[in-house]
Design a protein around this ligand. Sequence first.
Ligand SMILES: Nc1ncnc2c1ncn2[C@@H]1O[C@H](COP(=O)(O)OP(=O)(O)O)[C@@H](O)[C@H]1O
Ligand SMILES: [Mg+2]
Length: 255
Amino acid sequence: MRRVVFNQKGGVGKSSIACNLAAVSAREGYRTLLIDLDAQANSTQYLTGLAGDDIPMGIAEFFKNTLSTGLAKKNHVDIYETPFDNLHVVTATAELADLQPKLEAKHKINKLAKLLDALDEDYERIYIDTPPALNFYAVSALIAANRVLIPFDCDSFSRHALYGLLRELEELKEDHNEGLEVEGIVVNQFQARAALPQQMLRELEAEGLPVLPVYLSSSVKMRESHEANLPLIHLDPNHKLTQQFVELHDLLEGH
Ligand SMILES: Nc1ncnc2c1ncn2[C@@H]1O[C@H](COP(=O)(O)OP(=O)(O)O)[C@@H](O)[C@H]1O
Ligand SMILES: [Mg+2]
């Protein structure tokens, strides 16, 4: 089962949510793969501790091979094993940005879906982190996935963008992936003591938007977790934010 975490807005928590849900999934025993599709490689750095030239070519090499006419290994990707049991990563690098126009020109939009078909045998759960734009990589992911999670930060600009995003997802479903399910909106950096976010969420729910009932709090633990290259479930299993991730994960898995 493949879950993509997407919102065209940056800084809403896509990478943090993809990595921490993947880490909980692995911790609960699912063979889990996180695929990083963002040239900024935040998830890659978070889960591997690698940076710059030390990061293996990963997904960029896969996409590059789809462009070559030679004997390059097609439908194959190098996988990086993290120190955490059951958690593997397909790394992202800055090369993704240079490759993008070539991949678009050659209509490679379905290649990721084909790759994931082949990986389904090895992984029970695949989480895909996306760039902050509905670009080639995000669309590839949305075509390849079964479910999409939309992180949301309760900001009024984000709210307007959210309606547009939900319309775009409907169109993408119709045109490319009828099986894609909007699994829900993940409220992130929720401030329980502020009145405005609560009111906004009540309004969204009243409008029938699929707001998931587990809200993720704002905590400095998240930054500590990034700096330590330890997902929250490993850094501090009893922390409130960690518990919210576990609750969210178990809700999505129907536990
Ligand atoms: N629940 C949270 N509490 C505190 N900080 C958070 C939380 N979620 C994300 N952040 C911080 O917000 C910033 C953006 O998060 P990130 O996951 O990189 O978003 P995106 O991938 O959507 O750009 C990061 O600095 C991250 O540490
Ligand atoms: Mg990110």
